[in-house]
Design a protein. Structure first.
Length: 126
């Protein structure tokens, strides 16, 4: 019976040692998982901060892009107005040139009329 009791004790001790090793391994695995969890949380926080910063930058860039588009639209509007003013100036210059030509022609005709009248009067005086 002593041999059986020793064998049972050995079996019990072996089982206990196995359970102890399993618990040690499980505790070690739990600690490893806690460490990984903590690391993942820190990474998540870091990624969240990065995401928030990117959102802010995106909003700022969108605002700058919108302002740039407005500036381009204003420039195009001013360019169109400038072209219209140039065309109007050209028309006005052409009008002035045309009127000047008309005045010169009228002056020449008047000069010819007066020259003819003077010639006629001189002829009458002789």
């Amino acid at each position: 019976m002593a041999a059986t009791s020793d064998e049972e004790m050995e079996a019990l001790l072996s089982t206990f040692n196995q359970i102890y090793e399993d618990v040690k391994n499980d505790v070690s695995e739990i600690q490893s998982l806690k460490s990984k969890h903590s690391s993942e949380l820190k990474l998540r926080e870091s990624l969240q901060i990065t995401c928030n910063n990117l959102k802010k930058e995106n909003e700022e860039l969108a605002k700058l892009y919108s302002e740039s588009l407005k500036n381009v639209a204003h420039q195009l509007d001013f360019q169109e107005k400038c072209m219209n003013l140039k065309e109007e100036l050209e028309r006005s210059n052409n009008e002035v040139i045309s009127k000047e030509d008309g005045h010169r022609t009228a002056l020449k005709l008047l000069q010819q009329e007066y020259d003819e009248k003077i010639a006629t009067l001189e002829t009458q005086l002789k």
